[in-house]
Design a protein around this ligand. Structure first.
Ligand code: MN
Ligand code: MN
Length: 459
């Protein structure tokens, strides 16, 4: 055998892409950029997905309602998570094809008593959500989006600072001239969590009394949304970067934006299910919430809401839920880290996913000896390898950093807990969890193709 036959190496997607393929890659990213711009929170990511799904013939469905092969349905879980399905020809007992991404991502949430005034400046206090480097969030333009529920139950959408021309917000940092002590601290400490306070205004109200700047800000919020301070108790307001989603690089091969982890995989699997017609096995696309804080809560992957949906399908179509799970195949569609030559000491170059080498398959995640990892079996890797190769999908095997360096997890261990064969597959990301993350258009496209292959082949 020749050296080429004996050795294994992956190549950049562009090494063998013709002009039509390059165009397909770049065109696909345009839809994603629009989706990502509109989806700065899990709620918005779900809402945008519903719009796209309905425009492609999907209908809202609840357990108890009839459903038949070929139907395209979706169910939203409390506005923050969702499942879409295209019902297959075969029995559910043959298993489903599941793609599971998450649509929450690291950010700052407002506390429940957020509004205060200090030194004639009004602020919102925050509590960060998920794994962030706190220093990213100072001295950069921010927006505030989310939901406020008034005492009478009225639910209001709040969006401040995203529209062109709208005022934005900032968390201030200390000037370098006075940062002698700050600069000696570690990066984990030099911006304390309690100092991540969003500056809201400085102009006092004309009315006499204390807290006149706070009063002026509250009056503006009341004018815009009809809310009072107590309504913030029952709110979920998120502080997110105000920057737009943009092409990066002279060749425009990359996309920069907030929240690629994991909306890039969510979009890939969403497009894949929207393009799926009459599959053999029922295709299910899942958007989970709360992955960044441990997949907990009623909208996280640990929630029984997924069983509620699947049991409803099994009842409507006939079939045992446990047998269905046992025969199912899941791609846990989550991002992995792309190799960054600026930080070679943190990765094992031979085992790390690379930009443009296609969707990253991750056999195991976890940290400190694969702890907490799903660790897919060799048999499952073999099956997925065959499936993707037969469909000519560019893929690569990745690993989250060097041994002993750290690590992370995904929803894979939670779908596997349900007796579903699961492996991680997703888009490699540079500066993951930064407010401005980077992905390659070629990897996004190949992840879409991987999800489409999962839904539409019987391998
Ligand atoms: Mn993450
Ligand atoms: Mn993720």
């Amino acid at each position: 055998m020749t050296r080429e036959e004996l050795f294994y190496e992956t190549k950049s997607v562009y090494e063998k892409a013709d002009e039509a393929k390059v165009k397909a890659i770049y065109d696909f990213a345009e839809g994603y950029k629009t989706y990502l711009s509109a989806s700065r929170t899990e709620r918005l990511a779900v809402r945008e997905a519903v719009k796209l799904a309905e425009s492609r013939g999907f209908r809202a469905w609840e357990p108890g309602e009839p459903v038949k092969p070929g139907d395209k349905i979706y169910m939203v879980n409390r506005g923050k998570a969702m499942m879409l399905a295209v019902i297959g020809k075969n029995s559910l007992e043959e298993g489903i094809r599941l793609a599971a991404a998450h649509v929450d991502n690291p950010r700052l949430d407002l506390k429940q008593h957020p509004l205060y005034e200090d030194s004639e400046m009004a602020f919102f206090k925050t509590h960060y959500y998920g794994g962030i480097k706190k220093f990213y969030w100072v001295a950069t333009p921010l927006a505030i989006v989310g939901t406020v529920v008034r005492k009478d139950g009225t639910v209001l959408d709040v969006s401040l600072g995203l529209e062109p021309g709208e005022p934005r917000f900032v968390i201030t940092d200390l000037l370098i001239h006075l940062s002698g002590d700050q600069m000696k601290k570690t990066a984990a400490d030099f911006i304390p969590g309690e100092s991540l306070n969003v500056l809201l205004g400085t102009r006092p109200d004309a009315e006499a009394g204390s807290d006149r700047v706070k009063l002026a800000v509250m009056k503006l919020l009341n004018e815009k949304y009809g809310i009072i301070e107590a309504d913030l108790l029952s709110s979920e307001l998120c502080v997110v970067p105000a920057d737009e989603v943009v092409d990066l690089g002279l060749d425009r091969s990359l996309v920069g934006g907030f929240g690629h982890d994991d909306r890039v995989c969510a979009y890939a699997e969403l497009m894949a299910i929207l393009d799926t017609e009459q599959p053999e096995r029922t295709a299910v696309c899942l958007f989970a919430d709360k992955e960044e804080v441990g997949s907990v809560g009623v909208t996280g992957m640990n929630s029984q809401n997924f069983e509620y949906f699947m049991e409803g399908l099994c009842k409507a179509l006939g079939g045992d839920l446990r047998r269905c799970f046992h025969n199912s195949l899941c791609l846990s569609a989550d991002v992995c880290n792309a190799y960054d030559p600026n930080f070679p000491e943190t990765a094992d170059k031979r085992n790390n996913a690379r930009m443009n080498h296609g969707t990253g398959i991750i056999k195991f995640t976890g940290s400190r000896g694969k702890s907490g990892s799903n660790d897919a079996s060799a048999e499952l890797v073999g099956r997925v390898r065959r499936m993707l190769d037969e469909a000519d999908v560019a893929w690569q095997m990745g690993e989250l950093g060097k041994v002993d360096q750290g690590g992370g997890g995904t929803v894979a261990s939670i779908t596997a807990m349900r007796d579903i064969d699961t492996i991680d597959a997703g888009v490699p990301v540079l500066n993951m969890h930064a407010p401005f993350e980077v992905i390659a258009k070629a990897d996004l496209y190949m992840t879409y193709r991987a999800m489409y292959t999962l839904f539409n082949t019987t391998c």
